[in-house]
Ligand binder design. Structure first.
Ligand SMILES: Cc1cc2nc3c(=O)[nH]c(=O)nc-3n(C[C@H](O)[C@H](O)[C@H](O)COP(=O)(O)O)c2cc1C
Length: 254
């Protein structure tokens, strides 16, 4: 089983996203998977120019950037993998711009005039299935503790899955990054000890990916659990007066 993570953090290998990928991959590697990370921040990724050249008969499915940046090489790596992990921090309420810029380059690999119906019954066009339609895990991290914050990124990948016939085989959402020290601050981990169970769940999720090709719901729940050790936190955090107290507490902790 070959698992390929696309790390879309601008912090690259030093970021929280990479830290979480490594936890997942520790479990996957131990269970026999071959794991690789593509760090988009280290690559040259030109933006799609919407020039339409890739949809002309003369340059059919050939991007104007071919040979001038690193996207074709990443596509080749993707074609050889069995499962992808699309891993992105939330940047200004959505996917990182880096990931979106990369994914927009899928456009040059599909014939937008050749219409199809997806397994979900949605009308779309031809895509390169070796790149676009493989099973994938969504991994999203952010600093906010609000469920609302990662929602756009999660919704994006639900839609992605339905149009591209790409089974979403796991959803990992890690909020409270700043509070837990982004995996780099043992002092903060002592204040939010639940984070250690989260990391253990990531490793278990990696093992399940390697052996079963998907992450179990119970493992997802552990990996995505609230880390703030407040009773009834998920209910209380919807109340404004409680939020004010949380803001004060956060200032003390951070
Ligand atoms: C440009 C930028 C925008 C961000 N926007 C948000 C945001 O809207 N909501 C949020 O909760 N965190 C936001 N963050 C924080 C990151 O999502 C968070 O620190 C994440 O863990 C970073 O992962 P990384 O270290 O792999 O880049 C932002 C960070 C940056 C650099």
């Amino acid at each position: 089983m070959k698992v390929l993570a696309i790390n879309a953090s601008y912090r690259g290998d030093k970021g929280h996203t990479r830290f979480l990928i490594d936890k997942l991959f520790a479990g996957a590697t131990a269970a026999g998977a071959e794991c690789q990370v593509v760090t988009l921040a280290r690559l040259k990724i030109n933006r799609c120019l919407a020039c339409g050249r890739c949809h002309t008969a003369e340059h059919y499915l050939e991007c104007v950037h071919e040979g001038k940046d690193d996207v074709a090489a990443v596509f080749r790596q993707m074609a050889e993998a069995d499962i992808f992990v699309y891993a992105t921090p939330v940047y200004v309420f959505g996917l990182s711009g880096l990931l979106k810029t990369f994914l927009e380059r899928f456009y040059s690999r599909g014939d937008s005039g050749d219409f199809r119906v997806s397994k979900s019954g949605l009308m779309f066009h031809h895509v390169n299935r070796a790149i676009c339609s493989k099973p994938f895990v969504t991994l999203v991290c952010c600093d906010s503790l609000e469920d609302e914050m990662p929602r756009n990124a999660l919704s994006y990948f639900r839609t992605f899955s339905r149009f591209l016939d790409a089974p979403q085989v796991g959803v990992l959402v890690r909020n409270g990054g700043l509070l837990s020290g982004h995996g780099r601050d043992p002092e903060r981990e002592k204040r939010v000890p639940k984070i250690l169970d989260v990391y253990a769940a990531y490793q278990q999720a990696g093992g399940e990916l390697a052996t079963q090709g998907r992450i179990r719901r119970s493992t997802e729940r552990r990996a995505n659990q609230e880390i703030v050790p407040a009773p009834l936190f998920s209910i209380l955090k919807r109340l404004k007066p409680f939020k004010r107290i949380m803001v004060e507490r956060a200032r003390e902790i951070i």
